[in-house]
Design a protein around this ligand. Sequence first.
Ligand code: ATP
Ligand code: FE2
Length: 327
Amino acid sequence: MICLGIEGTAHTAGIGIVDDSGNVLANVIKMVGGESKGIHPREAANHHAKEMPSLIDKAIEEAGLRYDNIDLIAFSQGPGLGPCLRTAATAARALSLSLDRPIIGVNHCVAHLEIGRKIAGCNDPVLLYASGGNTQVIAFAGGKYRVFGETLDIGIGNMLDKFGREMGLEFPSGPKIERLAKRGRELLDLPYSVKGMDVAFSGILTATLQLRKKGARLEDLCFSLQETCFSMLVEVTERAMAHVEKEEVLLGGGVVQNKRLQEMVRIMSEERRARMFVPPDRLCIDNGAMIAWTGILMHQSGIRMSIDETTVRQRFRTDEVEGVWRG
Ligand code: ATP
Ligand code: FE2
C-alpha cells in the first residue's frame, strides 16, 4: 500500500509519499518564510493553495510513481490554523474523489510521534514535541496518546520568533538565536516558569525584551533564553518519563533541531539510563511523510472515513485519538 500525505496545519505545505513498510518515497516541503512577519493564517493558506498542486506533482515524480499508484490519501485534520487546515483538506478530498481512493484525517501531533517511532527506531517513547505553535510532552498510556505537559500560553518556537522579530532577526529566528547563543558569556536571570507539568513562555519573552532595553548583550540574551526555556522543557519531559516509566525519549517539531536542546535532553536521558531518538531534520519539522505514515497505520487498523467526516478540527486534542493501531 502506498499513501500520499498532505500536511498544512501552519507555515508548511508538505506532501509525503510512504509505503506500508515505512519507506519514505518522497517528502517535499515548502514553508512560508523569508521576510514574512510571523504567521498570518489567510496568507499561509493562500500560499498552500498556490503551492499544493506543484508539490503533489513533484512528490509523485520524486517517488517515481504515477497518480494511479497511490492507494490512500491522508491529510492533517488538526490541530492548526483554520484556513490552512481547510486548504489541505480540500486538496485531500479532491485527490480522493478524483482518484477514487480512501481518505483519512490524521492528528498532526500524533503523526510527529508515529514517524519518529518508525524512522528513529524507538518503540514506546515519551515525545517532546517543540515546534512553532505547539509545545507538548506526549506519551501512549491506557490505549491513548496523552498530553502530560504543555505550554499554557504560546509555543516555544513562536516565542523565539517573536523575540527574533523584536531584535530584527529574519524569520524563522530559532536557528539565528542558536548561532548567537554560542557567543553568550553570561547567564542572565529570567523567570523559570514550570507549573506542575506545564510550561509558560510569554513572561520570559517580556523579561528578555526588558533586559534588552536595559542594555543586555544580544548574545547573552539568546544564550539565557535557550538555557532557561530548554531547562524547563527537559524538566517536564523527565517528569513525564518517570511518571509513565518509559525509557525512550523522542524529539519532534522544528525547535528540536537545536543542538543545545538535543544535548540537554541527551544528558538528562543518559542520567536516567534512557535513550534519546532524533529523527532527521526533514521528518522533525512539519512534513507530509509523517501524515502519510500515520494514515497507513490507521487504515491498516481498520479505520475508515467518509468525506463527511473529513471536516477540519482546529482544536483536535491528542487524547481524542484512539490509538487502535498500537494494539
Ligand atoms: P506546528 O506548530 O504546526 O507543528 P510550525 O510550522 O510552527 O508547526 P515547525 O516547522 O515544526 O513548526 O518548526 C518551526 C519553528 O522551529 C520555528 O518557530 C523556528 O524558529 C523553530 N526552529 C527551527 N530551527 C530551530 C533551531 N535551530 N533552534 C530553535 N528553534 C528552531
Ligand atoms: Fe508540527
